[in-house]
Design a protein around this ligand. Structure first.
Ligand SMILES: C[S@@+](CC[C@H](N)C(=O)[O-])C[C@H]1O[C@@H](n2cnc3c(N)ncnc32)[C@H](O)[C@@H]1O
Length: 349
């Protein structure tokens, strides 16, 4: 994910200060794992692009969800213990049986966060205002494809359907309609299948046990998704499959290439090649939207932010309209809990 690898630092920095406040149990756990030579060694055994503490946390959570006799009771009722006691017991279990985590290191951090659709919807609404009324959505690093449907979620409106709650830190909202989405295409190295029980379990394991509302929302999305329009899913590296995805896009709408928390998993060289490739497509007909952490995607040359991140740990919103350079459009919470949109002025306005 970044150049120098120090597992203890990776563990300690894996939660933003904002999330640390909200997640006392996971905060205590990442600190306990940072102090554990076994947990540090395990993180080092992951493939370089997957040296993300969330992979270790997800592996432990996965075994808890599958009923491991030691871990399941610890995760089932967090409130039974203090965060420090929980963290110490999980650390002990990991150190006694490191194979539990090692067996899952072939997997990837695949958290598929529908909350990011609130950010995408906000950008698509602004693009609609700018005359981009019809798009094909290509979600790169789509995981289970939950962000292929920004037009099917209800934002801050619990009338009906799956609700995403987001706080707008400025006047931007989604009162405007979104650009109309024609085709939906997802690309992933390992697309997760909503019909596979193990894939659903892994996705749940990637969620944080202190946020049961996210697991409940995932269940709700899975129920609803079967009624939503079908999507095309392409398996393989984004760099290799993006041309094919674009070839599938008919000329009645603009292709939008979107990714959130994906390019951070590309190698530095892949990031550079990705930018070159996408900029070639942007020069002709595609738009490019990404939500990534700027320090983790230096090879994309993210634009200099024209606004400061309103809160620590924010994700940058970058939009590249057809024929222009990528521009800073604002900041968002990594899971879309808040959005601060400050796009450049509309052309011709
Ligand atoms: C952290 S998840 C983010 C999922 C989703 N974009 C979201 O925001 O909810 C990263 C996803 O990117 C995928 N991925 C990583 N490198 C990739 C690559 N080179 N090509 C395609 N997918 C990739 C992973 O398999 C994983 O599903």
């Amino acid at each position: 994910m970044s150049d120098a690898f120090d597992p203890a630092v990776y563990y300690r920095l894996s939660l933003s200060p904002e999330d640390r406040e909200r997640l006392p149990y996971y905060s205590a756990l990442v600190d306990a794992l940072a102090d554990s030579p076994v947990a540090c060694q395990l993180l080092g055994e992951a493939r370089p692009e997957q040296r993300n503490p969330m992979l270790v946390l997800a592996a432990l959570h996965y075994h808890a969800l599958t009923g491991d006799r030691e871990l399941a009771p610890l995760y089932a009722d967090l409130a039974k213990r203090t965060p420090a006691a929980f963290a110490s017991l999980v650390r002990t279990a990991l150190e006694r049986r490191p194979g539990l985590v090692r067996d899952e290191l072939h997997r990837s951090t695949q958290t598929n966060e529908p909350g990011r659709s609130a950010v995408l919807a906000t950008v698509l609404a602004e693009l609609n205002e700018r005359g981009i009324t019809d798009v094909h959505l290509i979600d790169v690093g789509t995981s289970m494809g939950l962000n292929l449907y920004p037009d099917f979620y209800r934002i801050n409106d619990d009338d009906d359907g799956v609700v995403l709650t987001t706080e707008y830190l400025d006047s931007s909202g989604t009162s405007s309609p979104l650009a109309r989405i024609h085709q939906r295409i997802g690309i992933d190295l390992h697309p997760l299948d909503p019909a596979s029980a193990d894939d659903v379990l892994w996705l749940k394991a990637c969620l944080w046990p202190e946020q049961p509302e996210r697991a409940a929302r995932l269940d709700e999305v899975l129920v609803q998704m079967v009624h939503w329009p079908p999507a095309t899913r392409l398996r393989g590296s984004a760099l290799e499959r993006i041309d094919e995805a674009l070839d599938l896009c008919t000329s009645d709408a603009r292709p939008v290439i979107f990714h959130s928390w994906v390019a951070a998993y590309f190698s530095p060289d892949e990031q550079v090649r990705w930018r070159e490739k996408i900029m070639n497509h942007v020069r002709s007909r595609a738009l490019w939207i990404y939500l990534e952490h700027p320090w983790a995607v230096k090879g994309l040359q993210p634009p200099a932010p024209s606004t400061k991140p309103p809160r620590v740990g924010a994700t940058q919103i970058v939009v590249c309209e057809v024929g222009v350079d990528p521009a800073h459009w604002g900041w968002a919470h990594p899971h879309g809990r808040w959005v601060s949109l400050s796009p450049p002025p509309r052309r011709g306005v």
